[in-house]
Design a binder for this molecule. Structure first.
Ligand SMILES: [Zn+2]
Length: 393
């Protein structure tokens, strides 16, 4: 198989702890070799071995591809008016989800597929090389199953989120809806799902309902993750740790007890700055998590209601400015942190044996991701050694 040497890299973020070069394992004047979609060699440009092809990156920075471990890309319509009202002072509630549910139910398969395809392209343009996506805007057996069947054509990390909110038609019978989600709906969604998720919060599902839903998914062979503590400091984190969720996401409101539980667990804490930004909420302080020794991921939470962004650089910039992330920690959380949240050991680093997923930045170092907010710095996005997006700059 052809080997390709990428060289003349001013700053290469490897995320390789074995290099003992700090959190990011940053190498300067670096090079690496890709073969058959995997990283074969990493080191100093001067010491690079011969390869079949040679690509000079002309002094640009290279980082591992972003891993977006939390997104809702399968939906129809938008909620721009709701967003505008919030910016004028109205408060966010989970109820707006039903507006997207109505639009999604009314859309054709082709419309839903075109929507997720467009948003996937936006993600590649922002440097994301792996993304997870959830259902949760169908909320009928048929609409959840078809949403996931469309999603699986775009990513392997497909999450069944029938328990996003209780749909209007079950308003007076929430336990009936939980029965549907854990019964017929789960069965219909199982063949195309890897993960199961639940929105455990005020106005959505309580601790007991959430537990029943996740346990049904686990019993059927799905791996659990959870939306927890976005609107209130409820029992979401407790449940995440109890059930061994791969990730507990949002965590806008956490108690000292929650942090203690997470610190002693396998559960990654995934922070979603786009959600606080778009709902005008207070940002959680990441230092509370880091000093407790908790693994932290950053994700976009791309969805039409509370975080309609596909830009991981935007999330990094906000995380640094508003959540007390160092730039290094934010980048690590958006790459290796996401990989941990998806329990995928093949991605998140530019190190020997990892998948060759990387991003060339139009900048001398990764620091520009936060230093130049809102500026499109992605020159090229490569997945498994294949260029999937290249800027015409
Ligand atoms: Zn979400």
């Amino acid at each position: 198989m052809t080997t390709t040497l990428y060289t003349d890299i001013s700053s290469l973020v490897t995320n390789d702890v074995q290099l003992e070069l700090g959190l990011l394992g940053e190498l300067n004047d670096a090079a690496f070799i890709e073969q058959n979609g995997y990283i074969k060699w990493v080191g100093s440009a001067k010491e690079a071995p011969d390869a079949d092809q040679r690509v000079s990156l002309e002094g640009k920075a290279v980082i591992p591809g972003f891993v977006d471990s939390h997104a809702h890309l399968l939906f129809a319509g938008d909620r721009e008016k709701e967003f505008a009202a919030r910016m004028n002072g109205e408060q966010y509630s989970s109820g707006g989800i039903m507006n997207t549910v109505r639009a999604t139910r009314a859309a054709t398969d082709e419309e839903l597929d075109a929507g997720i395809a467009d948003r996937a392209i936006e993600m590649y343009r922002s440097g994301i090389t792996t993304f997870e996506t959830k259902s949760g805007y169908g909320l009928t057996v048929q609409d959840e199953a078809r949403s996931l069947a469309i999603a699986i054509e775009h990513t392997e990390d497909v999450t069944f989120l029938g328990a996003h909110v209780i749909p209007t038609e079950y308003k007076d019978n929430p336990d009936g809806y939980v029965d549907l989600v854990t019964g017929e709906m789960l069965e219909a969604c199982l063949p195309v799902s890897k993960w199961i998720d639940v929105f455990c919060d005020e106005g959505a599902f309580d601790y007991d309902q959430s537990k029943a839903i996740l346990e049904a998914g686990i019993a059927a062979g799905l791996q659990p993750r959870i939306h927890a503590n976005q609107l209130t400091a409820g029992r979401g984190v407790e449940l995440a740790v109890e059930l061994g969720c791969a990730s507990a996401d949002h965590l806008t409101h956490v108690t000292a007890k929650d942090l203690e539980l997470l610190a002693g667990s396998e559960t990654v804490a995934t922070l979603l700055p786009g959600a606080e930004f778009s709902t005008k909420s207070n940002y959680p302080d990441v230092q509370r998590f880091l000093t407790a020794g908790i693994t932290v991921a950053l994700a976009t939470d791309c969805n039409p209601g509370s975080s309609y962004t596909t830009s991981m650089p935007f999330c990094i910039a906000v995380a640094v400015r508003e959540m007390n992330f160092s730039i290094e920690q934010a980048l690590w959380s958006a790459t290796m942190g996401g990989a941990r949240a998806l329990r995928n050991q093949e991605i998140g680093a530019i190190a020997v044996g990892k998948t060759a997923d990387f991003v060339v930045l139009n900048a001398p170092s990764y620091r520009h991701l936060a230093y130049r907010p809102g500026v499109d710095l992605v020159l090229e996005t490569v997945i498994s050694g294949t260029s999937i997006y290249r800027s015409n700059k």
